[in-house]
Design a protein around this ligand. Structure first.
Ligand SMILES: NC(=O)c1ccc[n+]([C@@H]2O[C@H](COP(=O)([O-])OP(=O)(O)OC[C@H]3O[C@@H](n4cnc5c(N)ncnc54)[C@H](O)[C@@H]3O)[C@@H](O)[C@H]2O)c1
Length: 388
């Protein structure tokens, strides 16, 4: 693809990332990252290009490699003037990681802990991790510097997990099957940040949504929101579309498959392809791109989407720029926070400070033209006055 196409993609993403744009304007004026090298191992996409632009506007030298070489947009990598990009689509990711490590970054941004696993005991100012899976790994490392858990910021979870994955999971299912959701029984297994988004969006499309959970609080939450809640074995007899989004394994197995109706559709939005037990489902034949049909011993057939892999990424487009805007706004402000507090934060994992979350939300509201009230001084005193 020509370089111009990459530049156009970055411009398009930029136009849909108003929060990052306003941070970039401030960074360009204040230059808080002057002289720093930021090493990043992220998906090399147009949205990441906009993040690189923002960090560069703040004065940083940005060195980027791919967290997953199959998501690299080569035209974007070629057009991105604000970062040194190592690796192209399909390259061995380890080679890119080595190049970023060799650039001796002061701060690292990770999506899956590839850089942090190597640099965890180096004298860095700090790091930030984008994913749950990466954080699980980082928690096992002996860190010599602070790492901000960007994934756990409230604005990140709301937009990435809830609104982003909620929408793109249904988008992936519809692209693969072109089903009419209205009136259909959709079973959502797992009512966490992500499952809740999927369940709400499915209901919004007119589906009858049934939720299965193992956590009584979340099950109660689902019930109080008006969803039907029941054990998965019971839901198996009722559902027409099943969506697993638990982070757990063997959520749907032979016991469930045996009770499902002919033609049921099975999709997974959890991170790994272990939520629907593929061994129990048996062999299938591809009937449409990303749809395989699996005959059962009694003659019924079940349809599996995207071989049980994350359906929104396999069959959809991944997160829209408007979602990445919030994630990367947290990343950009995390880099600034680590820089401003250099030497003051203890080594280990830190939550993203609430001030950053609030600032990201404030900037997003401003971009939407929404204004809100603020507390008066008297109200602030009143709220802070209570003493035990
Ligand atoms: N597809 C994507 O783009 C995307 C985006 C964000 C998260 N995820 C993945 O989605 C999964 C869930 O993430 P989350 O942030 O919602 O996590 P979460 O911890 O908030 O929610 C998971 C829920 O699943 C429930 N659960 C666990 N095992 C279960 C079982 N056997 N049956 C029924 N319910 C069960 C838990 O009680 C919990 O409420 C993870 O694998 C995460 O990596 C995918």
């Amino acid at each position: 693809m020509p370089r111009a196409a990459g530049a156009a993609r970055i411009e398009w993403a930029d136009g849909n990332m108003p929060v990052l744009r306003s941070i970039r304007e401030r960074f360009a004026a204040e230059r808080p990252l002057e002289g720093l090298t930021v090493g990043a191992c992220l998906h090399v996409t147009a949205e990441t290009g906009v993040l690189a632009r923002t960090l560069a506007a703040g004065g940083a030298h940005v060195v980027l490699c791919a967290a997953n070489p199959l998501t690299t947009q080569d035209d974007v990598a070629g057009a991105l003037a604000e970062a040194v990009v190592h690796g192209r689509r399909g390259d061995d990711p380890a080679a890119g990681v080595r190049e970023v490590v060799a650039a001796r970054p002061d701060i690292v941004l990770d999506d899956g802990a590839d850089l942090l696993s190597i640099l965890h005991d180096a004298p860095l100012i700090g790091g930030a991790e984008e994913t749950i899976t990466g954080l699980v790994r980082v928690r096992r490392l002996d860190l010599a510097f602070p790492v901000l858990a960007v994934n756990e910021a409230r604005t990140e979870r709301l937009f990435n997990d809830h609104y982003g994955t909620g929408q793109s999971t249904l988008d992936g299912i519809l692209r693969a099957t072109n089903l009419l959701l209205a009136g259909r029984a959709v079973v959502v297994l797992g009512f966490g940040w992500t499952g809740m988004g999927v369940a709400r969006r499915a209901r919004g499309a007119g589906a009858h949504v049934i939720v299965c959970e193992v956590d009584p609080l979340r099950a109660l939450d689902a019930r109080m929101e008006g969803f039907e809640v029941m054990p998965a074995l019971e839901a198996a007899t009722r559902g027409e579309v099943f969506i697993t989004v638990t982070g757990c394994r063997d959520v749907l197995t032979a016991r469930h498959f045996a009770r499902m109706r002919d033609g049921a559709v099975l999709a997974n939005a959890g991170h790994f392809d272990v939520e629907i037990c593929l061994a129990d489902l048996g062999p299938g034949e591809e009937v449409l791109p990303l749809v395989s049909r699996h005959p059962q011993p009694d003659g019924r057939e079940l349809n599996l989407l995207a071989a049980g892999r994350v359906v929104n990424l396999a069959a959809g487009e991944g997160h829209p720029a408007g979602v990445m805007d919030m994630s990367f706004a947290n990343q950009a402000l995390a880099v600034e926070h680590l820089t401003l507090n250099r030497g003051r934060l203890s080594p280990g994992i830190h939550p993203v400070p609430e001030d950053i979350d609030r600032e990201v939300a404030r900037l997003k509201l401003a971009s939407l033209g929404v204004t809100i009230d603020s507390l008066t001084e008297e109200q602030r005193r009143y709220l802070g006055a209570w003493r035990p």
